[in-house]
Design a binder for this molecule. Sequence first.
Ligand SMILES: Nc1ncnc2c1ncn2[C@@H]1O[C@H](COP(=O)(O)OP(=O)(O)O)[C@@H](O)[C@H]1O
Ligand SMILES: [Mg+2]
Length: 286
Amino acid sequence: MSSLPADGFAAFIWRSLRCPTGGPGDARAAKRFAAGENRPAIHIEPVEAPAAKGFSGLRETKPILAVRDLAKTVPGGRRLFSGLDLEVKAGELVAVVGESGSGKSTFLNILAGLDDGDSGEVVVDGTATGGLDERGRTELRRTRIGFVFQAFHILPYLTLRQNVALPLALVSGDAAAIESQADAKLAAVGLGDRGGSYARDLSGGELQRVAIARALVHEPALILGDEPTGNLDPETAGRVLALFAGAVREGDAAAVIVTHSRSVAAVADRVLTLTSNGLSDADRAR
Ligand SMILES: Nc1ncnc2c1ncn2[C@@H]1O[C@H](COP(=O)(O)OP(=O)(O)O)[C@@H](O)[C@H]1O
Ligand SMILES: [Mg+2]
């Protein structure tokens, strides 16, 4: 687990979901949310929810994710990769493997608009992230992207139900509908009876499942996972993988999952290796 203090978790996950108008009062707003005070107190302006099914016709013909000629150098000057190209269509699950430090987490952060490449282009569900300001990226993440972070980032002062409800609560105000969707997703990861619990009461594997429920609850077009089954026993990992595969194949989503797990690779349509020259077919790279 990360050693970040509670407010560090809050800042990170809030940064990934919030509008810039949230400002430094975000952690306090989250606590008010946890205390059951009315959700508009979060001071986040609603954005229009995507018409999930309305996009499916479009998704059949267009890739959900298109990456062209992406390059990334980290501070200090080390080039992680260049010439990276990738297209992922609706209904496709791509696994990415690679040595530790090769840039897998950095790559996912760039896909989610949390980081930038030096050059190249990332297009998510028809929108080029490079052309968006911070607010536009936030809206894209909230409505189109589900991200399972390597360190989970479950907010400790929200119940599990509230954590899972967060992506929905930021978009719509119908509290009863949101709660039942959050509960359904918790049940789908085997934690249906734990909605009122807090992160401190859960094991690492259980927290990971909460993170997965939160990433899928708003039916995102693009699912990104950073070692999403790394803390799970094989049986639970299998169940969680079935959830990802279901979201991808039935929900018309695309997924990019960074993994070392053979079982993830087994359900993936393609397994790609990240090297300094970009992504290549895992079999050929060996
Ligand atoms: N902001 C940063 N400043 C300096 N180095 C960084 C930064 N972000 C990532 N790195 C370095 O880039 C490399 C790739 O990191 P990461 O994407 O986490 O790799 P992976 O997920 O494949 O293990 C690592 O050597 C890491 O230390
Ligand atoms: Mg990593």
